[in-house]
Design a protein around this ligand. Sequence first.
Ligand SMILES: Nc1ncnc2c1ncn2[C@@H]1O[C@H](COP(=O)(O)OP(=O)(O)OP(=O)(O)O)[C@@H](O)[C@H]1O
Ligand code: SF4
Ligand SMILES: [Mg+2]
Length: 330
Amino acid sequence: MDELLKISGLRITTLRGKETVRLLDRVDLSIRKKCSFGIVGESGCGKSITANAVLGLLPYPLRVSEGSIRYDSRAGEKELLKLSKKEMQAVRGEEISMIFQEPMTSLDPIFTVEMQMAEALSFHHPDLSRAEKRERSLEMLRQVNIPRPEQTLSSYPHQLSGGQLQRIMIAIALMNRPRLLLADEPTTALDVTIQAQILRLMNSLKEQNDTSIVMITHDLGVIAETCEEVAVFYAGQIVEQAEVTELFARTAHPYTQGLLRAVTSLGGASRMLYTIPGIVPPGGQWLQGCRFADRCDRCTERCRREMPALTEAAPGHLCRCFLHSEEVEA
Ligand SMILES: Nc1ncnc2c1ncn2[C@@H]1O[C@H](COP(=O)(O)OP(=O)(O)OP(=O)(O)O)[C@@H](O)[C@H]1O
Ligand code: SF4
Ligand SMILES: [Mg+2]
């Protein structure tokens, strides 16, 4: 297997009353080794559920109804959707680690940073002594540029700033040297300067540890600063996918063009914020044809009737829009 992670035909459904509703529709993604891959899109388009599905963390009644998630682990190739709970626990943290969308709530307020870091280590390395765990925790805190690591270890979460907590979350996620880090909006809650520092930090940690990163964000500016490849999600589907330089040079999908106009961090704070008119339809309540039709100023009669297929607009550059291909989704 060339890729580290290969998601094929992933479909996620939920139950509304007695009705089964689709939240994610046949998503294919390949994450290469030592690559940083971005997933971008507005709220509710399916970014987090995709990442959660990889680690078997979908909350009931959400479930994977179709597809496969293959992972090239240190012990050989694995189908993550077929792992038992115990096997998945062995993968979590040591092979694949996740920074959750709301990190402030993932740290426990009643335990010190040292206890929480030690716990992350203990699961995969039960034989380490207390002193060894402390040493490893200090080393990780230094790696994420925490100024007074000893003092920080004995602190409780409420004694630390948002930026420090975010660094600690990254340190915990990297404790066991995972090969894949799923970072779900890791900087959204932070101000712009700290955000830039954390993104730089994640990039350098990726180089040092040979970790692949899946960066989930609603901001194409974050993607531009951190990723090599990117998939644009809209209403539970991929609508555009390419290498980042290619995507910015030849943005093909009207939705991505709208997202680009909404980027703040690239254009500077003084620019007027543009927002794409309309909202993402709620999960599963999608239009019959192109799901972006209601918000697209290039929409035609055909767009409302038929769903465009995801096809190559240029070599390696995928786009789901009739402006680029006549092909209809089967
Ligand atoms: N626990 C849940 N129960 C029911 N529906 C859910 C649940 N979690 C997510 N969904 C639905 O699944 C769809 C995708 O949600 P997801 O959280 O993946 O969006 P997202 O792209 O991560 O958005 P955001 O940028 O707001 O984090 C949405 O329609 C959402 O309402
Ligand atoms: S298929 Fe039509 S409605 Fe959809 S993005 Fe393209 S032009 Fe717009
Ligand atoms: Mg999310």
